[in-house]
Ligand binder design. Structure first.
Ligand code: ADP
Ligand code: MG
Length: 316
């Protein structure tokens, strides 16, 4: 079996042009004249992914979910570390996993500069670091009364994919492929996050579900929100399920979307829409920030429902 140092050298040691010193010493050395945004996300087998999941996509997603946090802060991702707990040193698994991770790292200009490797249950912990101007960072506390609430992409496809895997719903082949791609291979909105600096002051990435994540913004900004259910963006696939309880639940509180939810003053809407076009990302205006506290979702019949942090359970 491959030894630990050899494993690190073979699969996790790549050129790191963003760092003064990368993998191989006691610490990496990085330097920047800017403010550093730092975030960590852990993926644990059985909690965040299934035993036997494709290792290439798992490696890619492990970085993507961290890139999504950078996006939500308006930060430019530059460095990452990777702590891995592995049940065994399976080389074909490691080859695929590091291939997915490194491909995504290269695509987004991130250097893997260090990490740790131990034996144990399969768990993947990534720390990511990026650069941001503190003044322009997209903070959860930045929503202002009168701001409009926007969402990128579509909501709920990943949750629909998960429901399909868990046998709660049976999607046809094309819909299943589409939703499972959303679940296993989310696209982090890094370019959008960078573009939002100066247009928006407030963003969050939707990882736990739209209502739950918007609620974090509301709490930190000490404001309330009114959202129109019909304005929430959905895919053609989700369109078939949006009025069914399962679809509604996926849209409002499904996890793993990795879209951005952000607030923008109305006078900047045209600027924002132009940016969305330039980046080729669907941007949808879904509601408005108001005084007070809590989240109200107005359904198609015009009924306003107060939504708790958990979303769906309190919605119906
Ligand atoms: P230490 O004994 O100081 O913890 P290690 O032997 O664990 O050092 O790691 C050796 C080098 O390899 C360090 O630079 C560490 O950051 C790096 N490293 C270990 N595991 C990984 C990994 N999974 N991915 C990237 N770098 C790693
Ligand atoms: Mg170590």
């Amino acid at each position: 079996m491959i030894a630990e140092f050899e494993l690190i050298a073979r699969y996790f040691t790549k050129a790191s042009p963003n760092a003064l010193l990368g993998v191989g010493d006691d610490c990496a050395l990085i330097a920047s004249g800017r403010t550093i945004a730092v975030s960590t996300d852990m993926l644990v087998e059985g909690t965040h992914f299934f035993h036997g999941d494709d290792p290439f996509l798992l490696g890619k997603k492990a970085l993507s979910v961290n890139l999504s946090d950078m996006a939500a802060m308006g930060a430019n991702p530059r460095w990452a570390t990777l702590a891995l707990s592995l049940p065994e040193a399976n080389e074909s698994w490691l080859e695929a996993f590091s291939g997915g991770f490194m491909m995504q790292a290269q695509d987004y200009g991130v250097d893997l500069v260090g990490g740790d490797t131990t034996r144990g249950g399969l768990a993947i912990c990534v720390q990511i670091m990026g650069e941001v101007d503190a003044e322009f960072a997209l903070r959860r506390s930045g929503a202002m009364i009168g701001d409009e609430i926007w969402v990128s992409g579509n909501l709920g496809d990943a949750a629909l994919g998960l429901a399909h895997l868990q046998g709660e719903i049976e999607l046809d082949e094309a819909d299943a492929a589409f939703c499972l791609k959303a679940l296993r291979d989310p696209v982090p909105r890094v370019e959008l996050g960078l573009g939002l600096c100066g247009i928006s002051k407030c963003a969050i990435d939707i990882s736990d579900g739209f209502c739950a994540d918007l609620s974090h913004i509301l709490e930190r900004s000490k404001v309330s929100a009114e959202v129109e259910f019909a304005a929430l963006p959905v895919s053609k696939t989700m369109e078939k399920y949006r009025t069914a309880p399962l679809g509604e639940r996926a849209i409002l509180s499904g996890g793993d979307d990795y879209e951005l939810c952000f607030t923008v003053p109305p006078e900047k809407a045209a600027l924002l829409e132009a940016m969305g076009k330039r980046l080729g990302i669907r941007l949808s205006r879904v509601g408005r920030i108001r005084e007070g506290e809590g989240l109200v979702v107005v359904d198609e019949a015009g009924n306003a429902k107060r939504v708790g942090k958990a979303g769906y359970e309190h919605f119906r």
